[in-house]
Design a protein around this ligand. Structure first.
Ligand code: SF4
Length: 256
């Protein structure tokens, strides 16, 4: 039933008629359709236009996790798994004051690290991982964060997404970390549909023009966090509403 409803809206969107899906249930159905790959994909010209607008609106996008060096960035990203950036930012100033290097983190010890981050979800596991990864950085990388994907992913608590954030933000690599916001935006809009974060990342790396790759990660995260919200996206304020193929969108044109 939901699939049929969404199909009618897909057809309407394709024919340029106003989209009327507004209820949370209908938008969830539209998300399910997008996840199945039923949303039309963007043309090369549409991708170019979307990133031209993102770049014009925010030429130097920045991540919102606070850090003071590559090590503290790595720590902040590890802490941000299944937690909000704001929550992480509330806890990290006290932690970084005592431990802004792997050596200091090891010296601080797991019980104190645990106490300092106890407001963040999964803090016990995260404290354990922070000590283990700091020990590994000291033992195998001279206390430095490695500029290398395989070495980063070999650290406790570090997966592909975290490695991508560090490679992009600390080392200026043109890679895209796919978090929940990027995954949603890529699937909903038709920019880079995919069933898994890796599918979406691979697709994004294929379709995003090279000159926009460095900042694409931040533009898409910020768009998902503040405009293309999971529930009730702010389509009326969306820069790319006219390009978006999501049948659940509530406007068909972008604000001037
Ligand atoms: S129009 Fe914009 S805010 Fe609305 S669903 Fe599409 S990308 Fe998201």
């Amino acid at each position: 039933m939901a699939r049929n409803t969404t199909r009618r809206h897909l057809t309407a969107a394709r024919k340029g008629r106003p989209a009327r899906l507004k209820s949370g249930k209908a938008q969830a159905a539209a998300d399910a359709e997008a996840a199945l790959g039923d949303v039309p994909q963007w043309t090369k010209a549409e991708v170019e236009e979307a990133f031209r607008r993102f770049a014009a609106a925010n030429p130097h996008p920045r991540g919102e996790l606070q850090s003071i060096n590559p090590f503290t960035l790595l720590v902040a990203v590890v802490l941000s798994a299944q937690a909000t950036d704001a929550g992480v930012n509330r806890a990290t100033p006290a932690l970084f004051k005592l431990a802004d290097t792997p050596e200091k983190m090891v010296k601080l010890g797991e019980p104190r690290v645990r106490a300092l981050i106890k407001t963040i979800g999964l803090y016990r596991t995260k404290a354990k991982n922070l000590i283990a990864l700091s020990k590994k950085l000291v033992a195998e990388h001279g206390g430095k964060v490695p500029h290398d994907r395989a070495a980063l992913e070999a650290l406790p608590g570090v997966g592909r997404k975290t490695a991508n954030v560090v490679l992009n933000t600390a080392f200026g690599e043109p890679v895209i970390a796919v978090d929940t916001h990027v995954f949603r935006v890529a699937n909903r809009t038709g920019l880079a549909p995919g069933k898994t974060p890796l599918d979406v990342e691979t697709k994004l790396m294929q379709v995003v023009p090279e000159r926009y790759l460095l900042h694409a990660h931040h533009w898409l995260i910020l768009h998902g966090r503040y405009v293309c919200l999971a529930r009730r996206p702010l389509c009326e304020k969306c820069l790319i509403a006219d390009l978006c193929k999501w049948p659940g969108k509530t406007v068909l044109s972008s604000p001037v």
